[in-house]
Design a protein around this ligand. Structure first.
Ligand code: NCD
Ligand code: ZN
Length: 346
């Protein structure tokens, strides 16, 4: 691969975003819409998006909050609970309101108190989804207090995900924001209906980042970043050319004051420089020729959606990431704050 100074790829999508609601939505949606044509919008609002009617109303609020002239398309998801109604899933998917449904194990992460307490409770919902080809998006962590926080994903694979995939072999599953070598091995070894998203932070950071010179709240997200060997496994997976891996930033804005406090929120706001961040990884791995598949092709093919028309261009050049991004009266600290990235989105 020659060393290009310009990288033009088909317009990409982001298969995992938190756009929030209200003033925060209005402040952050433009960052995602500037970089991506479409995004899978996570349903963990408070209260969560648990019905077709709620998802349709949320979609309207997102579209109303878009910057003038934006053609960004939000792809909506249903938040699964123990009480999820298979008929609502079928209806919402048939109507084109829902693109997928999200499984949050109860109490695994931000606004997941209403999540599923046992996958046995959503068996009917999952059977309906398998029958209609509706993807299940999985936050893959057990929440049992005796399991070490760094082991939650690996234990989830053994206890929940592997048995689920075996029991429902035709269910489309996206293992979201994978963080471990065990997750890569599981996805690689599973059938073509099992895929995974990978975030920029899990490609850039290992768990030392949480404690680099002091406690670092802006490196804290869930699932938490892991050891170096896991980061390297994720880099190999993302840049391998396998169609099972695609871009999902998990951009998760929380006000600076909610991150820098005695019990700081999990989530990294990476939307403003997401493509630049991923491009740096593919560049470092000598895999810029594989970036387009990861960013723009593997996701839509897995979801059965058309590839985007049009292109975006990244060029080599110093991009200084600001220390803060002001949104209305709220301050957000972006991923890579204070760093300089080597790519710039035109
Ligand atoms: C997400 C959030 O803040 O909504 N936080 C995070 O650390 N990723 C929730 C999630 O995706 O786990
Ligand atoms: Zn998320």
């Amino acid at each position: 691969m020659p060393d290009p100074t310009i990288l033009t790829i088909r317009r990409p999508d982001d298969w995992h975003v938190h756009l929030r609601d209200g003033a925060m939505l209005a402040a952050v949606v433009g960052h995602t819409a500037r970089q991506f044509a479409r995004a899978i919008v996570m349903p963990n609002l408070s209260p969560p998006v648990t019905s077709t009617a709620m998802a349709a109303a949320y979609r309207e609020r997102i579209i109303a909050a878009l910057p003038e002239g934006s053609d960004f398309t939000p792809l909506m998801t249903c938040y699964l609970t123990d009480a999820s109604d298979p008929d609502d899933l079928r209806r919402g998917f048939a109507q084109g309101v829902y693109t997928a449904a999200k499984l949050y194990p109860a109490h695994a992460t931000t606004n997941s108190a209403h999540g599923v307490t046992d996958v046995a409770n959503i068996r009917g919902a999952l059977e309906a989804m398998q029958a209609i080809g509706m993807p299940l998006l999985v936050h893959g962590e057990v929440t049992t207090p005796e399991i070490d926080v760094f082991d939650r994903e690996a234990v989830f694979i053994d206890r929940v995900l592997a048995p689920l995939v075996e029991a429902m072999p035709a269910l489309k599953v996206v293992f979201e924001h994978i963080t471990t070598a065990q997750a890569v091995a599981f996805v690689d070894g599973a059938g073509p209906n099992v895929a995974a998203t990978i975030t920029p932070q899990h490609l850039h950071l290992n768990r030392n980042a949480l404690f680099a010179g002091g406690l670092r709240p802006h490196a804290y997200c869930l699932p938490v970043v892991k050891r170096e060997e896991h980061r390297l496994a994720l880099r190999r997976a993302a840049t391998s050319g396998s169609a099972k891996y695609f871009l999902g930033t998990d951009t998760a804005p929380h006000a600076q004051s909610a991150k820098e406090t005695d019990c700081g929120c999990a989530g990294i706001f990476n939307a403003p420089f997401a493509l630049e961040s991923y491009a740096a990884v593919f560049d470092e791995e000598g895999a810029l020729d594989r970036f387009e598949a990861f960013a723009s092709e593997n996701g839509p093919r897995f979801y059965g959606l058309p590839l985007n028309q049009g292109t975006v261009t990244l060029e080599r050049g110093a991009t200084a990431v600001p220390a803060k991004i002001m949104v209305g009266g709220t301050t957000l600290v972006p991923f890579h704050f204070g760093e300089t990235l080597g790519w710039r989105l035109r």
